[in-house]
Design a protein. Sequence first.
Length: 55
Amino acid sequence: MADRRRACGTAPGDPDASVNLDILALACHARRRGWAIHVESPYLPQDLLRAAEPF
């Protein structure tokens, strides 16, 4: 019964629970366009954001 109440993407071992790829892609795109990303979160890996160098 507890598994039914679990939100989508939050099951243990579910790779979608680690990083939201849609948000990561949007943040990387914004960084490449020169926008500063001021959010620090384990769900938004800083190493990946730094790899998205501005044009």
